[in-house]
Design a protein around this ligand. Structure first.
Ligand SMILES: C[S@@+](CC[C@H](N)C(=O)[O-])C[C@H]1O[C@@H](n2cnc3c(N)ncnc32)[C@H](O)[C@@H]1O
Length: 342
């Protein structure tokens, strides 16, 4: 966009609308914190299937009825929960996602967003802006994985959050990419295995490999067609497979680290002509709103990684000896980038 175009865009915004944008952004911590605390307290579970008054909820949850009502009123304004009568609250589609037992539950993801790991890292965003380093290093850890190692309670919430937020994404990935064409599929940094489990369920002839940090690997539920390999992808070779899926893994790391991981997959799969599949939110080149821009700020503050445009991914792949062969959007935010050894 030229300088002239930019000026024209700015002056088409009324002053009132511009003020609203700035004020809304400056106070965005209020709804964010509200939904995190409501998820943490289990308010959505306490409402159950029937409307409950603020007083009933306050007794069940051990909170102040008036304060709870005010926080729920804020969330209602954003479309989460609905009032039923004067002081009773009921569910709508969005608030049901905060229930633990909802099939699409996002409760653990919302809780994770409010942990000291995530929220605390953001309190050091100025440090990240000055140094380019993640704010998590100001919380007494060398990096994000070391922080989670030292805080098992938050680690558990983090892994649950990864599984929860990936539910819809895993279904979208399986609807887009046919893993049945491969014999051995590795899910690298696959957490507790939600993606590889879904691949094995869909394709009875596929054998899966889950490569994870030893502590996470030790928590994985066994499956007769799954090898669980504990290791560190910066140090240990990856097992030989026909496809390596890295879902939301490369975005956790800076360029040099990302190239190391990609090169490990390229090396391990070279003799089999393996596919390397990245599942990531690709940054658009333009100024439009996109979830990848929010995730990018989270990577800056928390992990020291980054979201990337397709061109940036292509450059990373090339540095790792890989060639991009396809980029396919899925029904959710994520695209699948397929690469093969050059
Ligand atoms: C953002 S999570 C993504 C999990 C999963 N792929 C998903 O999309 O839901 C990144 C994963 O990488 C794993 N990880 C981090 N460092 C690792 C390392 N050095 N070696 C192997 N796995 C690692 C973490 O334990 C975590 O489960």
């Amino acid at each position: 966009m030229s300088g002239g175009d930019r000026v024209r865009t700015v002056i088409t915004m009324t002053t009132a609308a511009a003020r609203d944008v700035v004020l809304e952004l400056a106070s965005a911590h209020a709804p964010a914190r509200a939904i995190q605390v409501v998820a943490d307290l289990g308010v959505a579970d306490a409402i159950s299937e029937h409307p409950r008054t603020e007083e009933e909820l306050a007794v069940t949850l051990g909170v102040d009825a008036d304060a709870l009502g005010r926080v729920l009123r804020l969330l209602e304004a954003y479309g989460v929960f609905v009032r039923d009568g004067d002081r009773a609250w009921n569910h709508n589609d969005a608030s049901r996602l905060l229930r633990t037992d909802d099939p699409g539950s996002l409760r653990s993801y919302v809780r994770m967003s409010g942990t000291p790991f995530n929220w605390g890292s953001f309190t050091h965003l100025e440090y990240s802006l000055r140094t380019g380093k993640p704010g998590v290093t100001q919380l007494g850890a060398a990096g994000w994985t070391q922080y989670l190692d030292a805080h098992p309670d938050q680690h558990e919430v983090f892994q649950d959050a990864m599984t929860a937020k990936a539910r819809a994404d895993v279904a979208a990935v399986l609807a887009t990419y046919d893993f049945g064409r491969h014999e051995r599929v590795a899910d690298v940094g696959g957490g507790h295995g939600h993606l590889v489990d879904a691949v094995l369920a869909r394709h009875p002839a596929v054998h899966g490999v889950l490569f994870e940090l030893p502590q996470v690997a030790s928590e994985v539920t066994p499956h007769d067609r799954l090898d669980v390999v504990g290791g560190d992808f910066f140090v240990d070779p990856l097992p030989a497979c026909d496809a390596y899926v890295l879902m939301n893994v490369i975005h956790d790391w800076d360029d040099d680290e990302a190239v190391t991981i990609l090169a490990a997959a390229a090396d391990a799969g070279k003799s089999r002509g393996a596919s390397v599949l990245l599942v990531e939110a690709i940054l658009p080149e333009g100024a439009e709103p996109h979830r990848a821009k929010v995730l990018d700020a989270i990577m800056l503050a928390v992990t020291g990684g980054r979201e990337r445009t397709l061109r940036q991914y292509e450059r990373l792949l090339s540095r790792a000896g890989l060639e991009l062969v396809a980029k396919t959007p899925t029904a959710t935010t994520f695209s699948i980038i397929e690469a093969r050894p050059r």
